[in-house]
Design a protein around this ligand. Structure first.
Ligand code: COA
Length: 191
């Protein structure tokens, strides 16, 4: 790590440490202001509740209208891309890396890390106490049930739960126009 990088990380952890635990809206605003300086990208307003821990903020992007709940853990080492209007409930971790463990001759902590990006689509709801592991993509509109450990990609609009996460159901599709909506549209065209 270069001196510039070390100073950057020190600045981040010092400044963010000052605002990390502040309660309520005032805390949310100050956290947002600090994270706007250090995260890879924040589009529009995002709620960061208190005691959210962020490692490698330079790898974390998040879209507008999203919320990261209390005590969450975001690790951007391998890249963490979170879409718009995403709800991440309290005590959830998104971890874009693992420790390498290929050799028994060396302690795991000394082996090279194995990073891989996590991508979370727009309008995803991740319940409380979830763990999303490296390399996972969660499709638009999916729901991750409380307490799940997500090890594989999640299809758009799927509801996934359990350890390891499995599809419990698909969200209902209400995007087709109802007969009354179709009739109204036809009347509008005639008018
Ligand atoms: C995923 C969730 C939204 C599903 O709610 P729901 O549509 O009302 O579903 P149901 O409670 O009817 O459960 C449907 C099935 O999924 C199972 N299921 C529900 N939640 C589950 C979970 N967290 N883990 C594993 N299985 C779960 C149920 O046991 C049930 O299985 P069955 O059909 O074999 O009986 C809800 O269970 C959940 O986890 N919500 C997150 C709550 C949360 O973290 N809130 C934080 C504040 S934002």
């Amino acid at each position: 790590m270069s001196i510039t990088q070390a100073v950057w990380y020190l600045s981040f952890h010092t400044l963010y440490g000052l605002v990390k635990y502040l309660p309520m809206l005032g805390g949310d605003v100050l956290r947002y202001a600090v994270l706007k300086l250090f995260l890879r990208r924040i589009d529009g307003w995002v709620w960061f509740r208190d005691n959210v821990t962020i490692w490698f903020p330079e790898g974390v992007s998040i879209g507008s209208g999203s919320m990261v709940g209390e005590n969450c853990f975001l690790d951007g080492y391998g890249g963490l891309e979170i879409g718009r209007d995403v709800l991440i409930a309290h005590n959830t971790s998104l971890i874009a890396e693992d420790h390498g463990y290929a050799s028994r001759r060396m302690p795991i902590r000394k082996q090279p890390k194995t990073p891989a990006p996590i991508v979370v689509g727009d309008d995803v709801w991740i319940g409380c106490g979830v763990r999303v592991l490296k390399g996972v993509t969660i499709g638009t509109g999916a729901i991750i049930a409380a307490g799940a450990v997500v090890t594989k990609d999640v299809a758009p609009y799927a509801i996934v739960g359990g350890i390891p996460g499995r599809v419990l159901a698909m969200r209902p599709d209400d995007t087709e126009e109802t007969p009354s909506e179709l009739a109204e549209a036809a009347l509008r065209r005639l008018a």
